[in-house]
Write a protein that binds this ligand. Structure first.
Ligand code: SAM
Length: 275
């Protein structure tokens, strides 16, 4: 940083990893071999990039900050399998990237910029037909939401959206002292192994997520009351759908398993088509 006169940008979530243990844990979790293509989001000063390059066939490192590009170019000069892209990952065309750089599926390994953790995770999930696995460093709180089971305080829409399409493994906790400058929150590494098909069969994915969002809309209310106010269905129709799905109407959304949401969405679909 001193050599290039770099001052970490808060706005871009720049916290550079200075501890080897989490780096090693990420590399082990990614289980890389010489046939793998890897996309790294936010290479920063390249600590992870160089290690990925030693293990994988090809690394595409996507960095938004133009000030870091000359640093990365210098550091990676003798690594012929690294391609640097000065782009915003949220605007990146993943289909094109897969086609042009990897010729098929690839892995994501990244210490994420925390201000855009959720949109990046959703982009990974939405491109699951191209992404085999993602090993990501994120805020500890988000890691807890991704791995949360029904009945837990952390269980919500993000848990369901991710667990529907990925096996989620908690890899390790990372203290804020592992970064320079240290972030305000603790971190964790999680691994998502993406699936082509949802863990629970869905007839209508859009309706499923409308039901999940409506149910979690008012966390303190029972699922019956949340659905009533947010899906514009009459109380007796909601009651009927819950009954047919075998769900007690006094339960709260955070106690419902993904399978139960799927059953409920199916019953609501039937009621909506009858109306
Ligand atoms: N990989 C480095 C490390 O582990 O030390 C840096 C990680 S730092 C937490 C996040 C990185 O993401 C920064 O380099 C930042 O500039 C970059 N970044 C921020 N927003 C981005 C975006 N929209 N697209 C791509 N990279 C971004």
């Amino acid at each position: 940083m001193r050599e290039f006169g770099i001052r970490p940008s808060k706005r871009l979530g720049q916290h550079f990893l200075i501890d080897e243990a989490p780096l090693k844990a990420m590399l082990d979790a990614a289980d890389l071999n010489e046939t793998d293509g890897v996309m790294e989001i936010g290479p920063g000063l390249g600590v992870l990039t160089l290690e990925l390059s030693r293990r994988a066939r090809k690394v595409v490192a996507v960095e938004k900050d133009p000030a870091l590009i000359p640093v990365l170019e210098k550091l990676t000069k003798s690594y012929k399998n690294i391609c640097l892209l000065n782009e915003d990952v949220l605007k990146l065309d993943i289909e094109k990237l897969a086609r042009e750089h990897f010729g098929g599926k690839f892995k994501v390994v990244a210490n994420l910029p925390y201000y855009i953790t959720s949109p990046i995770i959703m982009k990974i999930i939405n491109n699951r037909h191209l992404i085999e696995m993602a090993v990501i460093m994120i805020q500890k709180e988000v890691a807890e939401r991704l791995t949360a089971k029904p009945g837990s305080r952390d269980y919500g829409i993000l848990s369901i959206a991710v667990q529907l399409y990925a096996e989620v493994d908690f890899v390790c906790h990372v203290a804020s002292s592992a970064f320079l400058p240290p972030p305000k929150v603790d971190s964790a590494v999680v691994r998502l192994r993406l699936k082509d098909f949802p863990s629970v069969p869905l007839e209508d994915e859009r309706l499923f997520f409308r039901v999940v969002e409506a149910a979690f809309g008012e966390r303190r209310k029972t699922v019956k009351n949340s659905l009533k106010s947010r899906l514009s269905l009459s109380p007796d129709k909601v009651e009927e759908a819950l009954k047919r799905a075998g769900i007690d109407s006094t339960r709260r959304a955070e106690t419902l398993k993904i399978e139960e949401f799927a059953l409920l969405a199916r019953e609501i679909a039937k009621i909506l088509t009858c109306n």
